[in-house]
Design a protein around this ligand. Structure first.
Ligand SMILES: *[C@@H]1O[C@H](CO)[C@@H](O)[C@H](O)[C@H]1NC(C)=O
Ligand SMILES: *[C@@H]1O[C@H](CO)[C@@H](O)[C@H](O)[C@H]1NC(C)=O
Ligand SMILES: *[C@@H]1O[C@H](CO)[C@@H](O)[C@H](O)[C@H]1NC(C)=O
Ligand SMILES: *[C@@H]1O[C@H](CO)[C@@H](O)[C@H](O)[C@H]1NC(C)=O
Ligand SMILES: *[C@@H]1O[C@H](CO)[C@@H](O)[C@H](O)[C@H]1NC(C)=O
Length: 763
């Protein structure tokens, strides 16, 4: 009982503290329903799932890894260049073996996951090869296309086994740096370099603990890896995932003796994407990163990286974008190391005097000369004490939505607005086929502040597929485009839709879109960089506030055209998760439907306002309505300075209520049945009533009154979280053995975790 209650209280405390600073769920200035005509599309082979992976973008073409194929797609019109196609099928015996291992036939193909250009006409390619990763060189021949050159080599450590696995790879000076897994069960994650091979320690959970890689890059003397993993330093009950950045030195040559083939420079820190407060609210699961952008932030030139974070899947659904200065990121690696005295003590910063010299993690000329003490130290202290702070000290943009989570981000960097201010335009992909377009309206203010504006929400995919990659393509012979990649589709769409629907000056300016401005002479909303702008004509635009003295407010207060509602409510593929993270079986009572029909949008507008005033009373309503449903309220925010803060506060109240309820129920259940289970142990019959949430209390009371036991006696024993780590280890071991004994292979994500944890047993 104590464990859930404690975590409840912590969550409560965190939420109520954070709520004051949690921004109102942003509503997009414009909702753009699916419009196939405005998009280009490449669908690959429609007869099966391709598992697309964007491998290379050389400015004029995209190379996309798929099943047995690398497609070369022209960025001009998104058509395939057939004569540039590279095909590589698994050998029949590899397919046979794959099927014999009991793997899904769908997976027993060669999914190309790694590709690097080597010179003008050579490619280095790796594929999953029916769960037996292989790499090869390919040479381009004028008439016949790509032919393999030389033999094939083992692709372990470079390429995953599972086409869905979240791996990352970066090429530096002809060498491949990969973050992936080196075995079929995904129980041996590693960061690996191929020539001069080095890897992370297989048995060292302090280095990598069930990581999910999201990106990597070459920066300065190091290669950086971004991933989320189970946090070793989180020693409270249960498990928690943290986001990390790790780095290795490019000059690393491994250590002497037992450190041969091991990194001697591997260090990592936590990435802090959180809403500040006495108990900060953390978005702990990094999902993707952007490329490094150079620009002016807060009036100073900086290098900045954007990243997408979410809350865990079984938690309050939230997504956030955080920006990090590269300088801050590098700085954390110069800070204190985190140190744990013994198995059960807290992780604390290590005093500087206890750090060996030269400082572990620095790039040394010959790492093979390093002393054992030095190497032992870095092996046992890979974690930095400080977390990388986010640029704004908080997310640039945060959203709670039951409909979607953010997956990817692409940046059109430093787009110049009409007044010369530079804005990073962010395109954010979701797991339900949407793209959000946002800017930080405070970009030109000279201070580092987050004032996010959601310009558009675009429906890009009718089937609501998850967006797996996004990029902004600017090339000379085609308009700039946003490229959207999913598992089996590639789409290209314009970066802006200035003229669409925003027909009046005020509406055009209110979009706050740096791409769009109002041309008074022509009475039209048009792209600012368009060559069609007549010479000397003034642009009416105001990205920072969305109002302009040149645009009289519209006489009719109903900007219907601008704020077009979604006509069909987006299908929620899976049932929405419960908004409470603690206590089992405490679903929100009477949670409404996702209905979004036009007819009640006015009602909902009024309700939204009402909620803003009567904070915390209509908790569930707010959770259910994350959309741009009340334009009137919208314009208030544009002109007014005060941000409307209510969704997290009400969220907090929701959590409080459900948590308290859960605690009460839990307590009652525990108390009653601990008594009754003892007393009723010898009862001849055993009733197992099926309970729903509404009738839970009643059933409880009745059961108590009649003195009947029910199945929750047992459930209670199971649900009581064992505080001891030992117990969970035993459970995992059993899982593993059962698997081995029936000869099945664990390739599903769900199976990975127990297997990985078993490694602890060998330590
Ligand atoms: C699509 O894949 C099937 C095998 O699944 C293959 O037979 C067919 O030729 C492919 N079509 C194209 C256009 O590549
Ligand atoms: C893709 O096709 C274009 C146009 O034919 C070609 O210039 C480019 O080299 C190709 N890319 C690769 C990696 O083959
Ligand atoms: C890869 O990442 C996605 C998005 O976070 C997640 O849904 C998926 O389960 C991951 N895949 C594996 C094999 O872990
Ligand atoms: C993360 O950042 C927040 C806000 O800047 C701060 O309050 C918190 O202490 C930081 N957390 C860590 C672990 O550094
Ligand atoms: C490391 O090597 C570089 C170039 O090879 C040299 O200039 C430098 O002095 C060396 N540093 C040390 C500490 O030996």
């Amino acid at each position: 009982m104590a464990v859930p209650s404690l975590s409840c209280l912590l969550v409560l405390a965190g939420l109520s503290a954070a709520s004051a600073l949690w921004q109102e769920d942003l509503t997009p200035r414009r909702y753009v329903p699916l419009d196939e005509r405005s998009m280009l599309r490449f669908a690959g082979n429609v007869s099966h799932k391709d598992h697309f992976r964007l491998l290379e973008n050389d400015g004029s073409s995209l190379l996309i890894g798929a099943r047995n194929i690398v497609f070369n797609i022209s960025l001009t019109d998104l058509t395939e260049r057939r004569d540039e196609r590279l095909e590589w099928h698994s050998e029949p015996q590899d397919v046979q073996l794959c099927i014999m291992k009991g793997l899904d036939e769908e997976a027993c193909h060669n999914y190309i996951r790694v590709l690097a250009k080597r010179g003008d006409d050579q490619l280095f390619v790796c594929g999953t090869n029916s769960y037996k990763p292989k790499c090869r060189h390919y040479q381009k021949h004028p008439d016949v296309g790509y032919l393999p050159k030389g033999g094939q080599r083992d692709g372990r450590g470079l390429c995953p086994y599972d086409p869905n696995h979240n791996s990352t790879v970066t090429f530096v000076d002809g060498e491949t740096y990969a973050g992936t897994v080196a075995d079929l069960a995904s129980s041996d994650p590693l960061i690996y370099r191929d020539k001069r091979p080095l890897r992370t320690d297989k048995l060292e959970l302090k280095q990598l603990n069930a990581p999910s890689f999201v990106g990597s890059m070459d920066y300065g003397d190091h290669v950086y890896f971004f991933f989320r993993e189970t946090a070793v330093e989180y020693i409270n009950c249960g498990k928690r995932s943290y986001s990390r950045v790790a780095r290795v030195c490019k000059k690393d040559r491994g250590g002497p003796y037992k450190y041969k083939n091991k990194w001697t420079s591997f260090l990592k820190s936590r990435l802090n994407c959180s809403i500040p407060g006495e108990y900060p609210f953390y978005f702990d699961e990094i999902q993707s990163i952007s490329t490094v952008q150079s620009g002016v932030y807060g009036g100073r030139p900086e290098e900045v990286l954007y990243a997408v974070f979410t809350t865990p899947v079984n938690s309050i659904p939230g997504s956030a974008i955080c920006a990090f200065r590269m300088a801050d990121l590098v700085d954390t690696f110069a800070g204190a190391f985190k140190h744990q005295e013994d198995m059960n003590s807290n992780w604390l910063p290590l005093k500087n005097s206890q750090v060996p010299s030269p400082r572990p993690g620095l790039c040394v000329n010959d790492s093979r000369q390093l002393s054992d003490a030095h190497l032992n130290f870095i092996q046992s202290h890979p974690l930095m004490d400080g977390a990388v702070p986010s640029l704004h000290g908080r997310p640039l943009l945060a959203r709670t939505s039951l409909r979607h989570r953010f997956t990817k981000i692409a940046v059109d960097p430093q787009v110049q607005a009409a007044d010369g201010t530079l804005y990073d335009v962010l395109f954010i992909g979701t797991d339900n086929g949407r793209v959000l377009k946002a800017v930080n309206a405070a970009s030109g203010s000279g201070t580092v502040r987050a004032e996010p504006v959601l310009i558009e929400e675009l429906e890009v995919l009718a089937n609501g597929a998850a967006i797996t990659n996004l990029l902004v393509s600017r090339q000379p012979d085609a308009p700039p485009r946003l490229i959207v990649v999913t598992d089996d589709e590639v789409r290209a769409l314009p970066l802006h839709r200035c003229g669409d629907k925003a027909l009046r000056c005020a509406d055009c300016v209110r979009l706050q879109d740096p791409y769009c401005g109002w041309e008074a002479a022509g009475q039209r909303c048009a792209p600012v960089d368009s060559p069609a702008w007549p010479e000397g004509v003034a642009v009416v635009q105001n990205v920072s506030h969305g109002v302009h003295p040149h645009c009289p407010p519209s006489p009719d207060r109903e900007p219907k055209i601008l704020y077009q509602e979604a006509t069909t409510p987006p299908s929620t593929a899976s049932s929405p998760p419960e908004p409470c993270v603690c206590g089992s079986g405490s679903a929100p009572a009477g949670s409404g439907q996702d209905s979004d029909s036009d007819s009640d949008s006015d009602v909902r507008l009024e309700r939204g306002r009402y909620n803003a005033l009567e904070r915390g009373h209509k908790v569930l309503d707010i959770l259910e309505q994350p959309k741009a449903s009340y334009p009137g309220a919208e314009s208030q925010f544009v002109t007014g300075v005060e941000p409307a803060v209510y969704s997290a506060e009400t969220l907090a109240v929701a959590v409080v209520t459900t948590c308290l309820l859960a605690m009460v129920i839990g307590f009652l259940a525990g108390w009653l049945f601990s008594r009754r289970c003892w007393r009723m142990r010898n009862e001849p019959y055993y009733e197992t009533p099926h309970l729903d949430h509404q009738s839970k209390m009643k059933q409880l009371e009745t059961a108590a009154a009649q003195g009947k036991p029910d199945n929750r006696c047992d459930q209670n024993f199971l649900n009581t979280e064992p505080p001891s780590v030992l117990l969970s280890k035993q459970i995992n071991l059993v899982v593993n053995q059962t698997k081995n004994s029936n000869g099945k292979n664990a390739n599903s994500a769900a199976d990975n975790k127990p297997l990985q944890k078993v490694r602890k047993m060998y330590l």
